[in-house]
Design a protein around this ligand. Structure first.
Ligand code: HMG
Ligand code: MG
Length: 297
């Protein structure tokens, strides 16, 4: 099994979408550049969602305008509907992500429609994107728990993952949105998903609310997952998932995986500097333990 890990950096999107202090377009671009300089090749650049719902992600078109979209990196943007796709195409996006959920209540709170309605919306969006040569990623939130409904069963997750693959997503990222998962619950849902879907096409997206994210990543690794989402410094959270703290910190994931003998392609020291730079801007202390340890040492 491969020793190469693909990290999807979600800091400029998930990391910033919940921050009280929004960053300017220039600061968002500087962040993305620094992340790319550390060796990250897949960096979520923003969201084409309603600015009334998530003001922090306004002007994502200007962020894309400041990137070299022809370089070898991927800069996915979140797209919830046709309007978001039109804006993403207009801005020259080469990668989008549609985002669904395994929980009805979370779907309603986050994108104002049922799971079924969301999949019906995503279907033509994915088809049109593919026709335009745009790569489509899928997300499923509430992999094991929902902030409104509590525990979520694997049987609720499977049909959403299936629908995302059927509409042409190249990969589905499994979101532990509120960080309630533990290795046991993560392995339980993976074991069921892996009876139907190839492991190479699944990613894990762990929030670290309960401090379980690294343990859950180890559980994913054991099951063969090699793609992980993470956010520099451990920034992040969904404004429509009360109680969710940041994503697992990219620094912590890189440190863990490199020590375990995997290759992430990321320069940890450049990444630590980026995390410190970002958290200085946010006037906060990084949630990343590795970042704090490096800074102290
Ligand atoms: P809605 O209010 O039902 O939309 O929101 P609507 O179609 O009724 O339109 C209402 C207004 O919004 C209209 O404007 C539309 O033009 C506008 P008005 O005529 O009133 O001036 N509108 C838009 N504007 C810009 N871009 C668009 C767009 N669509 C409509 N794409 C909607 C539905 C989906 C738009 C809204 O609920 C929304 O934007 N939700 C986004 C929420 C979000 O971004 N959440 C965070 C990301 S998900 C996440 O963090 C989880 C993840 O990390 C994985 C995990 O951790 O589990 C991915
Ligand atoms: Mg998230």
């Amino acid at each position: 099994m491969s020793n190469t890990i693909r990290l999807v950096e979600v800091g400029p999107r998930d990391g910033l979408q919940n921050e009280a202090r929004p960053l300017s377009v220039e600061q968002r671009l500087e962040l993305i550049q620094k992340l790319a300089d550390s060796g990250l090749t897949e960096i979520e650049a923003g969201s084409f969602v309603s600015p009334n719902w998530v003001p922090q992600m306004a002007n994502t078109d200007q962020v894309l305008a400041g990137l070299n979209l022809k370089d070898a990196n991927h800069y996915p943007v979140l797209v919830p509907n046709q309007k978001g796709l039109d804006a993403a195409i207009q801005a020259g996006a080469k990668d989008i992500a549609v985002f669904g959920a395994a929980s009805e209540s979370f779907s309603q709170k986050n994108i104002n429609c049922s799971i079924e309605e969301s999949l019906n919306r995503f279907h033509p969006v994915a088809a049109q994107a593919k026709e335009a040569g745009i790569r489509v990623r899928g997300y499923v939130s509430c992999l094991v728990a929902c902030p409104y409904e509590g525990p979520i069963q694997p049987a609720q997750v499977v049909p959403v993952v299936r629908a995302l693959f059927e509409m042409g997503c190249h990969e589905v990222s499994l979101g532990d949105t509120i960080g309630r998962g533990t290795p046991k619950s993560i392995k339980a849902v993976l074991d069921i998903l892996l009876t139907e879907f190839p492991v190479e096409r699944l990613a894990l997206h762990c929030h670290d609310t309960y401090g379980m994210a690294l343990a859950n990543i180890m559980a994913g690794l054991e099951r063969g997952i090699r793609v992980f989402d993470s956010s520099v410094g451990g920034a992040g959270g969904c404004p429509y998932a009360p109680g969710a703290s940041g994503n697992v910190a990219t620094e912590d994931v890189v440190y863990l995986l490199e020590q375990e003998g995997f290759n992430t392609g990321v320069n940890l020291s450049t990444l630590v500097d980026t995390g410190r730079w970002l958290f200085d801007l946010l006037d906060k202390v990084p949630a990343s333990r590795v970042n704090l340890a490096y800074s102290a040492g």
